[in-house]
Write a protein that binds this ligand. Structure first.
Ligand code: GCU
Length: 672
């Protein structure tokens, strides 16, 4: 039975009419090269065996009609073709219908073998999605250099904010046993262009830097290397004290710098292509340079200098807000980081979350994007759905990421989208907090696989669009029947807005109950730090609801470019989806639909629940059209989601009504 283990690389047999067309153009596979080329040929062989039903790898070396020729620019068969590979970079590829020795062939070429592997996955996708293989002329290259998963995996295999079982890193059996799952993980990532993985949690445990752990990391790096995937680790800033026995971790102390340099050299001796470090410093209790009155730049640069001789990268997170700081949490990262623009080393990437608070169902883009033109910024998104119903709620995040990437920062001028800001740095990248665990379906649900898939596609091309990505994923994961993919893509495209509606409509945010962040908790007001309490975010009172972040309030809007600030700061001009994010609005304020704000809120909660019911209705007729086991799992999860969407709506409305003292509008569905 299908479990979902194969992800989007299912390679199921194609329909007879397609099989004959494809078979004529894939008669044999020719490849020569190193381990990555072997992996590329192996993947093609596996895909063809599954989809077309034969083994295309032949003993004879003579090229015939229909050969698929894999190679780099230097390969003897490819070089004479004079293909325009130069501008595609190390990871780009080209797929072309061509003639070699009078035979009609398909060439899959890259400047390096990794490009060929990416090209092979693209070629297989053509078959998976039933595209023609005639007259191919495809070329592609990633627009961002560092495309990494961030695993929030602890060394005891507990995954922080993970909803798919334990960590897939089975440290206890490493390095002696390399689970075959690591290879499948690498295949899946390579198929979507992910080229790095941070193995450990941002809330870091320094132990991973000990020799016995590095031996395990090395084993994983060896599995991933042929797939173009580098390993990175989180570095706990206080490691020189904890592991090195030093009295300080002050980044300006020469002994501290020496300790890190030696540690980095030790890592590179074991893992010559080690990617670098990811650091969460002075955030939520993590140690960092401010412990020694040093800046983020001073802390980051010290580590960056240790990595630079090895071409390592330092990813330094901008997710900071301090207990002692009474200012709007929304503003704190900008306040701390923006003045440091230009002060970071070239191999530092400042890693900024898509929004200023924390991976909410909807947030405006982070004001740091565009505001640090002399500093490479990478964007961090959360693939795991900490605030969107974990693995049980169906929420396709493609539209969320597209919205963030297409947001116009107006810095330096109109059209400067977040995507363009990301592409413009001397170093470029995007990070996704992984949703992967030991569950047989990897992500805790079938549909959460789509978020892993979409992350890779957006990191490769931040200009990508969510809907075509959903279509590709649906076809590869559920088959090519339009009667199946049509409803699935519609469900996906509407799913995130449904979550916004039943959890945090109209620009509300951070109303999830404490700690787990799963259910509603808008009434919570008693936590130690004010900015952890949901009441801090919605500020509902007898008069109205919402957070005044305009000039009359915290003036967080002032951190955006003037054009953006003018729009967000004006109740009439702010997109209604951000209304309560930036404004405290009276309950009887008229929204664009003509309702009072109070009624509009309730309409949105109802709409969210109705959207989940619509997903249930769309899924039901797919019984028998998709395999039973996966169908039943989705059916069950949608039922859970429907119940919980109802809880969200009913609990939220009941609480807000206790504050607003307003009657429920006519037509509002009674609580289930
Ligand atoms: C969120 C999340 C934490 C995580 C933090 C981070 O606040 O709840 O678990 O550590 O983000 O990104 O560092």
């Amino acid at each position: 039975a299908e479990t979902g283990y194969d992800l989007w690389l299912r390679y199921q047999p194609v329909e007879a009419q397609w099989r004959d067309r494809y078979a004529a153009l894939v008669t044999q596979v020719t490849a020569a090269g190193g381990t990555t080329m072997l992996v590329a040929a192996g993947e093609l062989r596996r895909g063809v065996a599954g989809m077309l039903g034969y083994d295309p790898v032949r003993r004879e070396t003579v090229i015939g009609d229909g050969a698929v020729v894999l190679g780099t620019a230097q390969s003897p068969l490819i070089a004479p073709l004079g293909l325009p590979l130069a501008k595609l970079g190390r990871e780009g590829y080209l797929i072309r219908s061509a003639a070699i020795g009078g035979k009609r062939v398909t060439v899959i070429a890259g400047n390096a073998e990794i490009g060929v592997l990416y090209g092979v996955f693209r070629f297989l996708k053509l078959i998976q999605t039933r595209q023609s293989l005639d007259d191919l002329d495809i070329s592609d290259a990633p627009r961002l250099a560092v495309r990494v998963l961030n695993h929030w995996d602890n060394l005891d295999r507990y995954v922080e904010r993970g909803y798919a079982g334990q960590s897939i890193w089975d440290w206890q059996k490493l390095p002696g046993h390399k689970d075959s799952r690591y290879t499948d993980y690498a295949r899946a990532n390579a198929s979507i262009g992910i080229n790095g993985t941070v193995l450990t949690n941002v809330n870091a445990n320094a132990d991973v830097l000990r020799p016995e752990w590095l031996a395990r990391v090395k084993a994983l790096a060896e599995v991933f290397r042929p797939y173009g995937i580098k390993v990175y680790l989180t570095a706990r800033f206080s490691a020189p004290i904890e592991l090195g026995g030093l009295k300080t971790a002050d980044p300006l102390d020469p002994q501290v710098a020496r300790w890190w340099k030696d540690k980095v050299d030790e890592i590179y001796r074991a893992i010559p292509d080690f990617g670098g470090f990811l650091v969460k410093a002075n955030s939520e209790g993590q140690p960092g340079p401010s412990d020694y009155k040093r800046t983020h730049a001073e802390g980051a640069n010290m580590l960056a200098d240790a990595l630079a001789p090895h071409k390592g990268v330092l990813m330094w997170r901008a997710f900071v807000y301090a207990a002692e700081n009474p200012d709007d949490r929304h503003k704190q990262a900008y306040t701390e980081f923006q003045p440091l623009d230009g002060k970071f080393r070239d191999n530092v990437l400042v890693q900024v979350k898509n929004g200023a608070i924390d991976f909410q169902p909807r947030e405006p883009f982070h004001p740091l994007f565009g505001a640090m033109p002399k500093t490479p910024l990478m964007m961090e998104v959360q693939i795991t759905k900490e605030y969107l119903g974990f693995a049980t709620h169906l929420a396709y995040l493609g539209p969320l990421w597209e919205e963030a990437l297409q947001a116009d920062t107006f810095r330096p001028g109109k059209g400067s989208t977040v995507a363009k800001v990301l592409e413009s740095g001397a170093a470029t990248g995007m990070a996704g907090v992984a949703n992967i665990g030991s569950d047989v379906n990897w992500s805790g649900s079938q549909f959460d696989q789509a978020n892993w898939y979409a992350f890779g596609r957006f990191a490769w091309d931040p200009q990508a669009k969510a809907e075509p990505i959903a279509r590709d994923w649906a076809a590869m994961t559920w088959g090519n029947d339009p009667a199946v993919t049509g409803p699935i893509v519609r469900m996906m495209m509407e799913s995130r807005e449904a979550v916004v509606d039943y959890m945090t409509p109209l620009g509300l945010g951070h109303l999830m109950a404490t700690g787990h962040h799963y259910g509603p908790g808008p009434w919570i007001a008693d936590l130690a730090r004010p900015e952890w309490n949901p009441v801090y975010y919605h500020k509902a009172d007898a008069r109205g609801i919402g957070f005044d972040r305009t000039a009359t309030g915290t003036n967080a809007v002032g951190q955006y470019a003037p054009e953006v600030a003018a729009r967000f700061g004006d109740r009439k001009r702010v997109p209604e989806q951000f209304l309560l994010w930036f404004h405290h609005v009276p309950w009887d304020y008229r929204t664009r639909s003509g309702w009072t704000l109070w009624d509009e809120l309730i309409v949105r909660y109802d709409r969210g629940v109705a959207a989940v019911e619509a997903m249930q209705a769309a899924w039901k007729p797919l019984a028998g059209k998709v395999d039973a086991r996966r169908w039943e799992e989705v059916r069950d999860f949608l039922a859970i989601q429907r119940d919980e969407a109802g809880w969200w709506r009913d609990a939220s409305i009941a609480y807000f009504q206790s504050v607003s003292k307003r009657p429920l509008p006519a037509g509002h569905a009674a609580p289930a």
